[in-house]
Design a binder for this molecule. Structure first.
Ligand code: SAH
Length: 277
């Protein structure tokens, strides 16, 4: 998976993408990233990227023309090695569809998932980070395929959302994590019907008077599996009852995209929506 990131704060990504399993994935070339400073595409002397909103109101808005030039350069770069259908543009915004694990499974587009037709065929994602009051809506209408939100809160910029997204998809790329079967068991994964994961215990056997549950020391794999499954269900019921609706359903990609997007995206949405039924 190749990623192009458009941002006003390239340094945000510098050390973050060097850490842990994600950093290793980039070093091992299991994925690649290119960062574009949006400001480099301003044409005036002061390199102005924003202006005040038409109609009045607080704050500044990122100009569509400047962002478009940055996007064009990223897209031309992507088209050198990928077909137009393999490139998608994602914009991080609180008004987008709320991100969840099914988006990561969809966009990580592992060969297995592709073969099973359970994922996108994108090989290059262009990630756009907003700032200020946001981005001129005409840029979004013209260039953005998916608008994604990290959650129901307001950040000062799209960079933390882009970082969360990159982390979430890169760890799903085959070969990035040592033990891929663990991916199937994690909280929210479609492999475990999107419930929460069971609690974990390690050494020491006793910690401040709290013992490790006896069953985990039993060596009886079936009993351990049953206990974990019950705990996972209990956690889900207590903490996230909203997730129980997914149990025993085939909702592989439900909620992947919003229905509110632009008509140009409808084919992509239709492709996704057909997975839901
Ligand atoms: N005026 C906007 C908020 C702008 S915040 C509103 O009320 O909806 C500035 C930028 O930060 C946004 O353009 C977006 O790129 C990013 N951002 C803020 N909150 C976000 C969230 N929850 N998820 C993803 N991106 C977010």
């Amino acid at each position: 998976m190749d990623l192009s990131i458009l941002t006003l704060y390239p340094e945000y990504f510098a050390t973050s993408l060097e850490q842990g399993v994600v950093g290793r994935a980039f070093r091992r070339k299991l994925c690649s990233q290119a960062i574009y400073q949006i400001r480099d595409f301003a044409e005036d002397k002061r390199q102005k990227v924003d202006d005040s909103p038409f109609g009045g109101g607080a704050g500044m808005v990122i100009r569509p023309d400047v962002l478009f030039r940055a996007w064009q350069e990223a897209r031309e770069g992507a088209l050198v090695s990928h077909g137009p259908d393999e490139v998608a543009t994602l914009f991080f915004s609180p008004t987008g569809t709320r991100l969840d694990q099914s988006h990561f499974e969809y966009f990580a587009a592992t060969p297995e998932a592709r073969a099973a037709d359970g994922a996108s065929h994108y090989r290059h994602l262009i990630l756009i980070c907003g700032r200020f009051e946001g981005v001129d809506a005409r840029f979004i209408d013209e260039c953005v395929d998916y608008e994604l939100s990290l959650g129901d809160f307001i950040l000062s910029g799209g960079e933390p959302a882009a970082l969360a997204f990159i982390d979430g998809i890169v760890r799903l790329i085959p070969g990035v994590l040592g033990n891929e079967s663990s991916l199937q068991m994690e909280s929210f994964s479609t492999g475990r019907e999107r419930g929460l994961e069971y609690p974990h215990y390690t050494q020491p056997r006793e910690f401040r008077g709290r013992a490790v549950p006896e069953v985990l020391l039993s060596g009886d794999h079936q009993r351990i599996a049953d206990w974990r499954s019950r705990q996972a269900h209990k956690y889900t019921a207590e903490r996230r009852p909203d997730l129980l609706q997914f149990a025993n359903s085939d909702h592989k990609h439900s909620g992947v995209v919003s229905e509110d997007k632009h008509s140009a995206d409808e084919d992509k949405y239709a492709e996704l929506a057909s997975e839901d039924t």
